[in-house]
Design a protein around this ligand. Sequence first.
Ligand code: FMN
Length: 413
Amino acid sequence: MTEISNVARLSDPLKFAYWVPNVSGGLVVSTIEQRTGWDFEYNKKLARIAENSGFEYALTQTRYAASYGADKQHEATSFSLALLAATERLKVISAVHPGMWHPGVLAKFIITADHISNGRAAVNIVSGWLKAEFENFGLEWLEHDERYVRTEEFIKVLRGLWTEQDFSQSGKYYNIADFTLQPAPVDVPGRAHPEIFFGGNSTAAQATAGRVADWYFSNGKDLEGFKENIAGVVAAAGETRRGTEGALPAALSSHLPALPAPRFGLNGFVIARDSEKEARDTLREIVAKAHKPAVEGFRAAVQEAGASTKDGKGMWADSSFEDLVQYNDGFKTQLIGTPEQIAERIVEFKKIGVNLFLTGYLHFQEEVAAFGQDILPIVRDLEADLARKNGTELNLSGTPAANAGSTSGLVNA
Ligand SMILES: Cc1cc2nc3c(=O)[nH]c(=O)nc-3n(C[C@H](O)[C@H](O)[C@H](O)COP(=O)(O)O)c2cc1C
């Protein structure tokens, strides 16, 4: 039985996101059949299915060059904006690299996207691992931990420009003087500005996320592995006196913004089948049909991530060949089995502090709809039980309901 961590929020329902397949090749580097398109029409339909199936967020990927199974890619911010325009409730998180963007230009872009979507734009700040993308663009490739120094400054500029007038910040990478962006982002109750997600696993990533991100996103992990990451992020948040509940009074800190405590999102590749055996057989088939040269090439490239740090910890640093077939370690989370088994596993992660699951699938449209229909209701029942047993209630107000529209019609249309 998993112990309930003091960062777990038992009355808050788990949130669900899916990876936008905006790069070709699907989410696994394998020749197994993947009924997943990377074009806009496929994605538009997928986004509508997702928002009618209880998904609150979609996350785009940013990749510029053909690499490791992703031969073609649509640019993340423009694709996200188009998905926002095509949906009504879905929040779309754009992945962006500091080093490719100036934070002021991005802040402005996202404000416009926020207005077009009535307050549904968000960002995922990723510090990068694909050295060739930067070098071949003629951009500087910073050493691993230095990338996070830049990322931290970048996020502070974004937040400053979204929340302050006459904002100034001078640092090693950015110098902003007396800048006011008008309009400001949409005023959404309960949200200070477009949400800032942050992806990374290394020690430097955890520290940066703990200090400045709204959400810490991780590659797939098992329970023990993710507990460690949460502890690292919480420790850094504590050093900056970020609250565990709500925002701290601004007066407590003159040089750091008063931020609510960070929340935690975990990646998991979902293989839900009628029997556990069928689900495990599917995993075996994915791995057996892995595109070996692409997976090995990817393994070599990602040595620039966690493996290149002093303590050797971080993303992909301890990943096996099988793990890397899903390039964000999604099998490690083990969302594999029957809907009941997956729902139970998901709620075990809630106990350690996970607030959001980022999910991937072989056949996105069908399986996102099936997730909403078969897994989500069981998750909600288990969450309600867990809350009650611990003296609280699950508060579902404000949570997108599964099956709010007809999803089956959309899948077959
Ligand atoms: C949820 C998630 C999404 C990510 N999306 C992207 C992406 O779209 N493009 C990219 O280049 N890197 C992406 N990354 C990888 C990060 O850029 C970074 O290289 C990686 O997290 C390694 O960090 P580490 O060395 O600090 O562990 C993502 C990471 C996570 C956890």
